[in-house]
Design a protein around this ligand. Structure first.
Ligand SMILES: [Cu+2]
Length: 334
């Protein structure tokens, strides 16, 4: 009996220490969305239970090892124990009960994080190896940054052009996959103004680790300023082929592989490429005419630039006019 009392006290002490230790470790970044509330509440409850279970295993184990160790000269066998139905029922029923409770709480929690706000701002998100594209249908704007005003729910309608990606901003807690050929939804109501970062949370190829873009939560006024700037830029750019081409390039994540300043990348830099002599993998050299640039985008695998045999450029479904606009833009990069 004395042992049970001592172990009981030690278990409680150990559980409390573990719980506060885990909390002090700061495992979670700042919570910056309405959806983070229920998730952090459930997480906290789980950490409490985990701390207790950890103590329940560790303390009796070490107590037995130390207190009941073999005394010097004691050569007798250990006591033989066979079965204990009452104990086995207890340690089956209690965990079953706990798992059921957590399933119930988890389901309620999931529903809470998906609560629909009819006033939500829709943003269409596309995952591209290895970039993000954000379309704001309300404003007719496309950007590679996610901007949203604080306090208003954002409904992300997401898809992918290639493989499965996953939208994850740790401060918002919620996370959702982007699946090619399907639209998935994620609702986020930002509560704290700040600069965050979306990262891909689904291993999606060689540059997966660099698949990040800014997420900027600002006041309604700052958001409106940014948005009207984007609207003006888009209207201006739409007037010229180079402008339209630049917008297409930004919207399709070409920058994930092509630099415009001469620096090395997964694909060749675009700086100075137009009109230059390009060495191909088959040993020939071609001049980068408009036609060459056109076919490099239309059918990327038809002529491979020497030194880039190991990398596949994706095929895009551009129209001929769109490709002509992109080529016009590339030609401005001297
Ligand atoms: Cu990805």
């Amino acid at each position: 009996m004395r042992h049970f009392v001592i172990v009981g006290i030690l278990v409680i002490a150990m559980a409390v220490l573990t719980y506060f230790g885990l909390n002090a470790a700061g495992l979670m970044p700042e919570a910056a969305s309405l959806q983070a509330g229920p998730i952090d509440w459930l997480w906290n409850l789980e950490v409490m239970v985990i701390s207790f279970l950890f103590a329940l295993i560790i303390v009796p184990m070490f107590y037995s090892l130390i207190v009941f160790r073999r005394k010097k000269g004691d050569m007798t066998d250990g006591e033989h124990i066979e079965g204990n139905a009452r104990l086995e029922i207890t340690w089956t029923v209690i965990p079953l009960f706990m798992v059921a409770i957590f399933a119930y709480l988890g389901a309620g929690n999931l529903a809470e994080t998906r609560r629909i706000d009819p006033d939500a701002m829709v943003v269409k998100v596309t995952g591209i190896q290895w970039s993000w594209k954000f379309e704001y249908p309300e404003y007719g704007v496309v950007s590679d940054e996610l901007h949203a005003p604080v306090g208003r729910q954002v409904l992300l309608q997401m898809t992918s052009t290639d493989v499965i990606h996953s939208f994850w901003v740790p401060e918002f807690r919620v996370k959702q996959d982007l699946v090619p050929g399907r639209t998935t939804e994620l609702r986020i109501t930002p509560t704290v103004i700040g600069d965050y970062k979306v990262r891909c949370a689904e291993l999606c190829g060689t540059s997966h680790a660099y698949m990040e873009k800014p997420v900027i939560i600002s006041s309604q006024a700052d958001f409106d300023t940014w948005m009207s700037g984007q609207v003006a830029l888009a209207a201006e750019a739409a007037q010229t082929p180079e402008g339209r081409g630049q917008a297409l390039v930004a919207a399709n994540g070409c920058a994930a592989c092509h630099s415009i300043d001469g620096s090395a990348g997964i694909g060749p830099t675009w700086r100075g490429v137009a009109g230059s002599q390009v060495a191909l993998s088959d040993g020939t050299t071609v001049t980068a005419t408009d036609d060459y640039l056109y076919s490099s985008i239309k059918a990327p695998q038809s002529q491979i630039v020497a030194g880039f045999e190991g990398q596949q450029m994706p095929v895009y479904g551009f129209s001929d006019e769109q490709i002509a606009d992109i080529v016009a833009y590339i030609k401005t990069l001297r």
